[in-house]
Design a protein around this ligand. Sequence first.
Ligand SMILES: Nc1ncnc2c1ncn2[C@@H]1O[C@H](COP(=O)(O)OP(=O)(O)OP(=O)(O)O)[C@@H](O)[C@H]1O
Length: 268
Amino acid sequence: MLDVRALNKVYAGRGDPVEAIADLSFQVSDGELVCVVGPSGAGKTTLLRCLAGLLPATSGDVALAGEPVTGPPQGMAVVLQEYGRSLFPWMTVAQNVELPLKEKGVARGERSRLVGEALEAVGLADVGRSYPWQLSGGMQQRVAIARAAAYEPQVLLMDEPFAAVDAQTRFELEDLVRALWKGLGVTVVFVTHDIDEAIYLGERVLVLSARPTVLLEDVRVDLGAERDQLETRGAPEFARLRTHVYELVQQAKLGVRSLADARLTHAG
Ligand SMILES: Nc1ncnc2c1ncn2[C@@H]1O[C@H](COP(=O)(O)OP(=O)(O)OP(=O)(O)O)[C@@H](O)[C@H]1O
């Protein structure tokens, strides 16, 4: 579904050029949920923006379902951290969710059905007529997720979407993403700086090096399809994965740029 080959991104501004991404190649299959972690400034947001067609690559290719991504493709939806800025305050919740469907050319009756279903799916069936600013931060982020879900994208890109909500809400939203992912069969790429979140959510975790970014390891997460905040996070395999990914990120911060060079003190 997503094919990233030899992606390189250099920001060439007025000052010295900044090489954010050195060389990244990976694939995401149809219906997979892949998380991306790495040290701060590792180029995670840059990668997501290149995937979304919001930023041109300096070299290399990104393809969505075999088609090169040269601008924002129809089949993608993006959810960002700053829900406050991604919803229009003068539109009701339902109008916010409906807007991309209008732009897509979906007929009125179908739009109303999709908006209703999406708000229902995120547990906000009752607030369609409210305005975003009347809702809590967690609820606003649910609206942003409902808007992405209603659009029925092939690929959903999420950039630290839960960084600004409290821990309790964050757990609920993580379970919502897993439920929507399963329900919609959508392909998800989820960027986070939170290692536990990446492991809890993902089927794979891509661990990035520090800038300029390369892929340190593509870690497979075998925690089963059904995940539970208490049970899954308490499982020995979760602890093993967390230790492994934590060590990799620490090594990345020290400048390690390949798995072969990483000094991992814990087995596995
Ligand atoms: N528009 C820009 N012009 C120049 N440099 C930029 C620009 N945007 C990002 N960078 C630089 O590219 C590098 C990667 O930034 P990016 O925001 O992608 O990292 P990140 O991994 O998402 O960071 P964080 O985890 O802190 O959110 C950083 O060194 C950043 O300063």
